[in-house]
Structure formats: C-alpha cells, structure tokens
Design a protein around this ligand. Sequence first.
Ligand SMILES: Nc1ncnc2c1ncn2[C@@H]1O[C@H](COP(=O)(O)OP(=O)(O)O)[C@@H](O)[C@H]1O
Ligand SMILES: [Mg+2]
Length: 373
Amino acid sequence: MGRVLLDRVRKVYGSGAKAFEAVKDFSLQIADGEFVVLVGGSGCGKSTTLRMIAGLEDITDGEIRIGERIVNDLHPKDRDIAMVFQNYALYPHMNVYRNLAFPLTMRGVDKATIDKRVREASRILALDPLLDRRPAELSGGQRQRVAVGRAIVREPSVFLFDEPLSNLDAKLRVTTRAELKALHQRLKTTTVYVTHDQEEAMTLGDRIVVMAGGVIQQAGTPLEVYRRPANKFVAGFIGLPPMNMLDGEIEGDGATACFVIREQGVRVQMSGYGGAKGPSTMGIRPQSLRVVDGEVSGGAGLRVRVRVVEPLGSEMDIHADLIGGASPLVARVAARDDVRAGDEVRMVLENDGLHVFAPGEFGATLWSGTRQG
Ligand SMILES: Nc1ncnc2c1ncn2[C@@H]1O[C@H](COP(=O)(O)OP(=O)(O)O)[C@@H](O)[C@H]1O
Ligand SMILES: [Mg+2]
C-alpha cells in the first residue's frame, strides 16, 4: 500500500533568533496510486515537504505515515520510496545499463532479479537502444529517462519527484511530461511531484496542492482549483495568463448585490450574494473578457487602451490599460487582426470566471459565479 499521510507536519530550520518555519501545520492524505502535485512559488516549502516524506529532513512536529507505518524515525532507505531530483547525477563512467542497475547492486539484489528489472524499466522507458551508452552520449531528455528508470527499478511504493523537468528545454519538457503521465497510468505507483510551474501541475496531477509561505492554500483536482479558487492567491497563481484583479466595492444585498469596479464605476451583479460589503477585489479570467465592437447596451463593459497584442495562433492576448485608471488588464480572445496597439476598445465580461475576494494577498473567495444580465 502506497498511501501517504501527513498529519500537522511542521519544519523549523535553525533555532533561537535564526529559527525559520518553512512548513507550517501541513496535513494531507494521499491515496494509494494517486498522483499529487505540490505547486507554489520558489521558497514556499515544496522541497522541504518532499524531503521530509523521503526522510532527508527531520520533521519538527507532526506525523508522517507511508502505508500503515509511521516513518518519522525511519531511515530513508527503509521508507520504500524512490526520489528523482532536478539535478539527478548519473555515474559518468557507467553505461546506462549499469546506471539503472546501480541502486539494486547497492542493495545486494541478486543478478537475475537485477537483470529482469533493468530490462523491464528499459522497455517501459524506451531505453533499449541506449543501454551500452554512457551519460555523455545521451541527450538531456534521455538522461532524464535514465534517472526515472533508476527510480522504477526499485519498485517502490511511492515515487517522489522534485522539479525533474526543470533542466529540459520547453519542447522536451512537454513530451517528457506526457511520458511521466503515461508511466503513472501504467504503473499506478503513488506519486508526489513538486513543481513551481502551474501548467505542469495542472496537466500532471490527479490532485494539486497549492502552497504559499509553507501553508497549503488549497488542495483539489486541477479543475476544482481553477474554477473554485479558495482565495486570491490561488486564483492568481493557477491559470494562464494570470487572473486580472480589479479593486472595488461590494454594494447591496441578495438580488441587488453587485460589485462596483472602482475605475470606471462598472457594476457587475453578484447574484445570490449575502455576505459582507465594502472594499474588495474582483478577479476576472483573461478568457472571460470579450472585445465588443461599437456601443454596448446599458454602458456595460470596460473601456481600455490596447498596449500590446501578442498573437498565439488561434488566439491572442491583448494587454491593455483601463482608460482613466491605472489597472492593467489582459484578455485572451480568438485571433483577429483589427485590434492594434493604441486602439481604444470595449471589453465585456463573459458569464464565467468571475470571482470576488476579501482584501489582502490571501483574501478568501467571497463569491464565484456567473454574471446575470
Ligand atoms: N537547510 C535549510 N536551512 C535553512 N533554511 C532552509 C533550508 N532549506 C530550505 N530553507 C528555507 O526554507 C524555505 C523553503 O525552502 P524549500 O522547501 O526549498 O522551497 P521550495 O522548494 O518551495 O522552493 C525557503 O525559505 C528556504 O530558504
Ligand atoms: Mg525546491
């Protein structure tokens, strides 16, 4: 069983005046066979969390279980895990076969079993033609596959990955990402994967865990987190381009509740909202903005001046500024060639991807919904 439980785990580096709490009260249940991605900015505590699961860092407080066992005091080699790092080091003087066999040789596994497992891993990762080569004779992507192969041969109950694709170029990162996902679908080994890249997290994870400041901000399926972000931080972190944030005020109640965007005074109905009023922030997905031609009935929509247009092929990003205000805005719309830098255009909000947040960087989501009327 490759279940992993973290119960109120804490990590404090150093002591006294130099003490630093890198991971705070971290609780998470990872099911057997699940692929969980820890995602967040640099320094948010992802690697520390992973290294505590691996046993490479002591935990300050709390409990970690792998399978049925409490592993707090268990040596890394006794935890039945295999870890792949960003800077995986292959042995330069050994060929691929011996690099793959090494973790098993170290453990005194018999030759026949080693050969069987190396052949199996090699077949899964399409390394057969490369078994006689040395690392220097491999491409970056091939070296990466060998590093994964060294984890596979161990047949652990949990895989731990720390930014394993960061050293690959963009194209290779995308193909290797797909290979890792296919590998998981095939082996169904419980996996905890760390990345700072929200797109990598979304594409790989059964579940993603968004972290900031050593704290879990939200855990959920990629779509749950995208559609129902728990707070302003998660909303801004997940999704590309990042969500637009406009300050304003919540006014009225129930049927009349609305958000008034401070710049331009545009009113957006917040159907069903009955919570606190006052200053807050509206989040608008770039995909929820649409360019309209001519006047809009009732004066709805935002007037913006286009700063830059970025063609992406079938779509494009319009970077603009609110007229009479200061806020920048990004809209991702279907490609068209009649919108240019310097143009003044009107944008309306689509009926989806709108959220209102309490003040502050981590302000809770007060309302998520569809715009009425
Ligand atoms: N050995 C250490 N001693 C002191 N502080 C550390 C140590 N390792 C990491 N940290 C600090 O803990 C925080 C989390 O680090 P880390 O888990 O590596 O972040 P991430 O992997 O999310 O980028 C950072 O502020 C980092 O500087
Ligand atoms: Mg890290």
